[in-house]
Ligand binder design. Structure first.
Ligand code: BGC
Length: 723
């Protein structure tokens, strides 16, 4: 008998429901949850209760609001695992953490661009490297399990977690997910520098109808299958070990209560054999928020029957009590419990926890190193998207006298977003002292004597716009840094995608000075900038580029780096026109006489400028007609016709000209990032198969229909037929 089966055969029911319970680390510390006592200390009787009495399978998170160093993490982990080792069966505790842009809960760890920024870099190698470093640094603090990557596609830019995704496109999300999972897990997740990935939040989280976090999504079967499942499925097939359930509801059914999603689709259709964890307190929410259960006990029954393996109860242990009772009463079978416990034990085994669950910080000499910081800087640079550059305003010469203004100019919060030291990232500037804000980086780049700073306005409230206007008299160019502060989840739910009035006013007032105006957008979602776009000579998008964001922005503004990021989402021009790039033809062909065309974004998905020019030619397809088993080869030449070396992202879009379900105008089916010296040409080759042309048909099954398909790369296009 293998270890898992042998353990399972010895376990009492209490031990089993304990394994299925996951609590926040707060429950073992001195102080109250959400209000830790400092200095941080484990409270022995609490530890005994959680690990010995309840025998929980997993602990998560950082003690609320407290930023912890590796030495202290080591002590905490040692205490937890030593206590677990005193239990009869010595089952180690699995530790989970949200390290979504680096091991952010561990003092001194390297912080990277957020996922949406990595998507904007379109650089899969860099995304993989970042995941590898994250796993290395996280493991040095004995975190075994990362609640990342999010595979929720961000189809609604109002949604406050859009930036935790890889943008609006399913193909891009899938590819970014694959390299991230590979980076975290490698081929041996038990290795000292690897950890388990957790795809989240399965599924349909990214399309709340109201745009607000954890509010209802209405997703028809066809869209669910076409947009919300594929990135998960590809990553399950590639070995992602765990998945977290979506906190929202789809078509009136909370996902935590949906047997159809968590069992029929996830297990039976997709064949996922890994472990399913609930999201934070979400089982409880079935009776406190969603109102589909009368009490906690009924909520436990519903969610376990639906298919969760582990409950992130977070702040209580009642889940275990209720589950125990339910099994004793015969309401849930022990066989059902065994299925979950088997998956949990298997995960622990695959992570090597029975052999080693606490890791020595000293075994990680590269933790927080310059080498890792350099990767973060490169990623930040590649994530920046040059959206406008009228008359080559940028790059500025380093002799320019610059006025820097705006609410995002002098803080790290706006560059890092949430999950930065703390959940909401609100202490980024208090904790991090050595990294540069945009202002500091500009001062460093062109000398403080060339830089004036007047904030002008806060995010929503004007401060002193007049002072900024006055200061502009001495300046040759104004860099106005606009955008958002850090947030995640409900704290980022808002009512209006328009750039706040105070920020618009600042731009309007500054534009009257006649000085060259450069806008830097530091934001987690595309706020509508239609009213200020005409006044700006250049616009640079910085979608949470991380700790090195300030340096990266300065390097683009002053020509040390040639921008090469491209939008991973459609940048809307109107807050009520949030059409995605892969819309239907009706959404594009129609026009209203008064208001103009239906399809009218500020900037299209995939858009981003460079300081050099790229010319596309020779688009070739390997044939005119293909059978359903053929491979289709597509090639295009890209030449750098400008004077600067640069990177270019080559996008392959495909359009099905006629189909039995209205076809989208285009869908991304390939991309490659290449680097070209001035005058250099490269041939970029893609290979697709007819399966890549499939869609979810009338009967909600994937189908490839014969017909004509159009391949589109930049402005070139060519067609072929599938027989
Ligand atoms: C979030 C998850 C996160 C979990 C644990 C929840 O509030 O929705 O994304 O992984 O907390 O911190």
């Amino acid at each position: 008998m293998d270890r898992v089966e042998s353990l399972l055969s010895q376990m009492t029911l209490e031990e089993k429901v304990g394994q299925m319970t996951q609590v926040a680390v707060d429950l073992i510390m001195e102080g109250e949850p959400y209000n830790m006592k400092l200095p941080l200390k484990i409270q022995p009787d609490k530890l005994e209760k959680v690990v010995k009495k309840y025998k929980v399978g997993s602990i998560l998170n950082t003690p609320s609001g407290v930023y912890v160093g590796r030495k202290q993490w080591h002590e905490i982990m040692q205490a937890i695992q030593n206590t677990a080792a005193e239990n009869r069966l010595k089952i180690p505790v699995l530790y989970g953490i949200d390290a979504i842009h680096g091991a952010n809960y561990c003092e001194g760890a390297t912080l990277f661009p957020q996922p949406v920024a990595m998507a904007a870099s379109w650089n899969l190698d860099l995304a993989k490297r970042i995941a590898e470093i994250t796993a290395y640094e996280a493991k040095s603090a004995s975190f075994h399990w990362n609640f990342s990557p999010a595979m929720d596609i961000g189809r609604n830019p109002l949604w406050p977690r859009m930036w935790e995704s890889f943008g609006e496109d399913v193909f891009l999300n899938e590819k970014m997910g694959l390299v991230t999972v590979e980076g975290y897990q490698g081929n041996n997740p038990a290795a000292k520098d690897k950890m388990a990935a957790c795809l989240k939040h399965f599924t349909g989280y990214g399309l709340p109808q109201s745009g607000k976090d954890r509010t209802p999504a209405y997703i028809p079967e066809r869209q669910l299958r076409e947009y919300f499942l594929p990135a998960y499925e590809a990553n399950f097939d590639a070995g992602a070990m765990t998945v977290m359930v979506c906190s929202g509801e789809i078509n009136g059914v909370p996902v935590h209560a949906s047997k159809r999603i968590l069992t029929d689709i996830l297990r039976k259709e997709m064949g996922f054999e890994g472990m399913v964890v609930s999201d934070w307190e979400d089982v409880k929410y079935l009776y406190t928020r969603h109102l589909v259960a009368h009490d906690y006990k009924e909520a436990v029954k519903i969610s376990v029957e639906a298919g969760i393996d582990m409950c992130m109860t977070a702040m209580d242990l009642e889940f275990a009590d209720h589950l125990l009772e339910l099994v004793k009463e015969g309401a849930i079978s022990e066989k059902r419990i065994d299925e979950s416990v088997r998956r949990i034990l298997r995960l622990k085994e695959q992570l090597g926890l029975f052999e080693k669950s606490v890791f020595e910080p000293n075994d990680y000499p590269d933790f927080g190193s310059e080498k890792f910081a350099a990767v973060s800087l490169q990623a930040a640079k590649e994530s920046l998207v040059l959206l406008k550059n009228e008359k080559n305003t940028l790059p500025l010469s380093k002799n320019t006298k610059v006025l820097v203004c705006g609410p995002t100019a002098n803080n790290l919060r706006s560059l890092n977003g949430g999950w930065t030291f703390t959940w909401q990232g609100e202490r980024a500037d208090q904790i991090e002292k050595k990294e540069n804000t945009i202002l500091a980086a500009i001062q460093k780049t062109i000398g403080a004597a060339n830089v004036q700073y007047e904030k002008g306005t806060d995010f929503f409230k004007e401060e002193n716009i007049d002072a900024a206007v006055k200061a502009a008299a001495q300046a040759e160019a104004i860099v106005v840094c606009l955008g958002e502060t850090s947030y995640t989840e409900q704290m980022g739910s808002f009512n209006d995608l328009d750039l706040p009035d105070a920020q618009v006013k600042l731009v309007e007032a500054l534009s009257k000075t006649g000085k060259t105006l450069i806008v830097v957008l530091a934001e987690g979602r595309p706020q509508v900038i239609r009213r200020i776009e005409p006044q700006s000579s250049a616009i640079l998008g910085a979608f949470l580029p991380g700790m090195k964001g300030g340096d990266a922005i300065a390097s683009v503004l002053f020509g040390d780096f040639n921008p090469c990021g491209k939008l991973p989402f459609t940048y809307p021009a109107y807050s009520n026109n949030l059409t995605t790039y892969d819309h239907k033809y009706t959404e594009e062909v129609l026009t209203n006489e008064l208001y103009g065309p239906y399809w009218d974004p500020q900037y299209e998905f995939g858009f981003g400028k460079s300081y050099t020019d790229f010319e596309y030619s020779n688009l070739k397809i390997s044939g005119k007609e293909f059978s359903k088993t053929d491979k289709i080869e597509i090639a295009v030449d890209v030449k750098n016709t400008g004077k600067m070396a640069g990177k270019e992202v080559v996008h392959l879009f495909v359009r099905d000209l006629v189909a039995s379900v209205t076809p989208p105008v285009k869908r991304l089916r390939g991309f490659e990032k290449i680097e070209l010296k001035p005058g250099e040409t490269k041939t970029v080759k893609f290979q697709i198969s007819p399966a890549d042309l499939a869609f979810v048909g009338i009967d909600n099954q994937w189908v490839v229909e014969p017909g004509t398909f159009r391949v589109m790369i930049e402005k070139l296009s060519a067609e072929f037929d599938i027989e």
